[in-house]
Structures are given as structure tokens and as C-alpha cells.
Design a protein around this ligand. Structure first.
Ligand code: AMP
Length: 252
């Protein structure tokens, strides 16, 4: 497995690639779990070569405490990517990906303002900007995104269409723990009693209830509800358990 920190090194390696081979790309912020590895698996099945990036993107964190507390497990991540047979890991730093210091941004003005965008101002500007940069650097045939972050997936897919990007954007199903909780890097920050309660979030999202009853059920269980909304044939939710924010969505 090739670990590349310097973008120029990647561009050089990429230039010598055979022109008709396929390249799959999985962008991540690290603290990898089986949700990320399912994207890697899909990329393996559909491409000759797979590249994974690990970059905790500061511009998508509207809350500095959230950024500082974001789990970082680089050694373990590299060994699970090696075991998964990944060909290349890209580990750029802020100065490399933001030579402009974030003066240039990708801004979407409608869907990015709803759901997570309503409570996290600027979040999707940061997400779309870093994904645009990474897609341009990597120049993959396919890039893989999880339905766990469904709003993010839709915005990235539509951005790729809007800007005629050459990479095909592929969505992958949400991977869950046995108790139904969607795998997330943030789950590691739940206290044990919060972790025990967390699966009730997904359960409540899937139950046949009015939206008002769903909200009060979650609140009486001890969740703080950020939003619960139905949109484009999906039910979306974001809740807090203590300081940890969890998101999930289901098809309806
Ligand atoms: P992150 O490291 O949280 O930025 O996530 C990197 C990619 O993994 C994104 O495309 C996420 O949607 C995807 N992902 C995260 N959790 C899951 C999950 N439980 N199932 C499927 N994909 C996921």
C-alpha cells in the first residue's frame, strides 16, 4: 500500500497509470469503521485500483469543539486499509489542499440550507469545497459515498453534474451495528449509557408514528432532537445524546 502525503507525488503516480484502467476513490475523515470499509469493498469490486483519502476537513466544522474532539486513529486506520487491500492512501495536510486558505468555495444555495445545513451554517460549503478539490486531485473513475450522509451524497452528486465532473458518483447503503445504530466515527464518543440508548434513534425513525409522536418519543427517551423531517421520499433525523450529534435517514 502506497501512503502519499504530497499531492504532487500522487499526480506523478497518477500520470503514469494506464489510461484505460479504472480508479475508485473513497474520501474519508478517518476513524474508520465497517461503514467506510464497505465503500472500499465496493470500489475494489468495480475498479482496478482503489485510493482512500484521510483528511479531517476543518472547513466543514462549524463548531471548533466538534473539530477538536473528532476521533483520530491513524495507525489503526492504515492497518485496516492495508488489510482491506487498498492500493493508495492519500494523507494531505491543510496547506496542501487549501493553498487559497479557503478563499474559494463551492456554495449550493437551496438543499444545502435544509436539514443539517439549517443547524450547521457553512457545513456543506466546506463539504462541497473539499470534495471538489479531492475529486480534481484524484481524477477517479468512480467515487463512493455512504447513504448514511444522504443529504451530503445528493449534494455531491448534483455538484458533479452541475460542474461536468468526469468522476461518477456512487452511493452505498448505510452499514449498521447489530442493534441498528448506523456506524459512525462519532459513536466512539458516546458514554456507555448513551451508547445503550442510541439504537432507539433508528428504531424510532422506522416506526409507524406521526412526526409529532416520533419527536416526543425520542425526547422522552432522553434524546435532544435537532430535526426530524420527511423530504424526497426519505425520513431524516438528527439528534443529540449528550454532546454527540447523531444523524440517520431511512427510505419511506
Ligand atoms: P466520514 O469519514 O464520516 O466523512 O465518512 C466518509 C464516507 O463514509 C462518507 O461517504 C460517509 O457517508 C460514509 N459512511 C460513514 N458512515 C457510514 C455507514 N455507516 N455506512 C455507509 N457509509 C458510511
Amino acid at each position: 500500500m502506497l501512503v502519499i502525503k504530497n499531492i504532487q507525488d500522487w499526480l506523478q503516480a497518477h500520470a503514469s497509470r494506464e489510461s484505460n484502467s479504472t480508479l475508485g476513490f473513497v474520501p474519508t475523515m478517518g476513524a474508520l469503521h465497517k461503514g467506510h470499509l464497505s465503500l472500499v469493498d465496493r470500489s475494489h469490486r468495480e475498479n482496478d485500483t482503489t485510493i482512500v483519502s484521510i483528511f479531517v476537513n476543518p472547513t466543514q466544522f462549524n463548531d471548533p469543539k466538534d473539530l477538536n474532539g473528532y476521533p483520530q486513529t491513524l495507525e489503526a486506520d492504515l492497518s485496516s486499509l492495508e488489510n482491506a487491500g487498498v492500493d493508495v492512501v492519500l494523507l494531505p495536510d491543510y496547506n496542501q489542499v487549501y493553498p487559497d486558505d479557503y478563499r474559494y468555495k463551492i456554495i449550493e444555495s437551496e438543499f444545502s440550507q435544509k436539514l443539517c445545513g439549517a443547524s450547521r451554517p457553512g457545513h456543506f460549503d466546506g463539504v462541497l469545497t473539499i470534495v471538489m478539490k479531492l475529486l480534481n486531485i484524484v481524477q477517479a473513475t468512480h467515487a463512493y459515498f455512504g447513504e448514511k450522509d444522504y443529504q451530503q451524497y445528493v449534494l455531491i452528486k448534483e455538484m458533479a453534474e452541475a460542474f461536468f465532473l468526469r468522476t461518477r458518483i456512487v452511493s452505498c447503503p448505510t452499514i449498521r451495528e447489530d442493534d441498528g445504530l448506523a456506524c459512525s466515527s462519532r459513536n466512539a464518543r458516546l458514554k456507555s449509557e448513551e451508547r445503550a440508548l442510541a439504537p432507539q434513534f433508528y428504531k424510532t425513525l422506522t416506526q409507524k408514528l406521526s412526526m409529532a409522536a416520533r419527536k416526543s418519543q425520542l425526547e422522552s427517551l432522553g434524546f435532544k432532537v435537532d430535526y426530524l423531517e420527511e423530504f424526497k421520499n426519505r425520513r431524516f433525523g438528527a439528534v443529540y445524546l449528550g454532546k454527540v450529534r447523531l444523524i440517520d435517514n431511512v427510505a419511506i
